[in-house]
Design a protein around this ligand. Sequence first.
Ligand SMILES: [Zn+2]
Length: 130
Amino acid sequence: MEHINFEYHDEYLKTCKECQEEFSGRLNQIFCTSKCKSQYNNRFSRIERNATKDIDKILHVNRNILLSFYEKDPDAKISKRALVDHGFNFKFVTHSEQDLHGAFCEYCYEYGLKKLKDGFHVVKEMAVAV
Ligand SMILES: [Zn+2]
């Protein structure tokens, strides 16, 4: 009876995604070793962290500006100029929401800016369920 080596058929000649060396592995295997897999994933995570770091920083600065206005006076009407002077960057928000009256509130995390009809803004605090 002929002996069939199944192991042979389960191995494929592959090129490692990290070191570009050829290796023999399973069909879905893309790295030659766990070390290459770690190196690849660490590099990918670092690239992603760097790409989002600058925007995260702007969002946190925006949030802190809203928080400081809110803590001083939660009902204060704030001009766009005052927000810009404090370093608020209107290009970056985390999300927006429309209230029952159709007014939009743009948030940086749990603090948001609601634009009033007279052009001023008020800071809103969003209830966050944890
Ligand atoms: Zn490799």
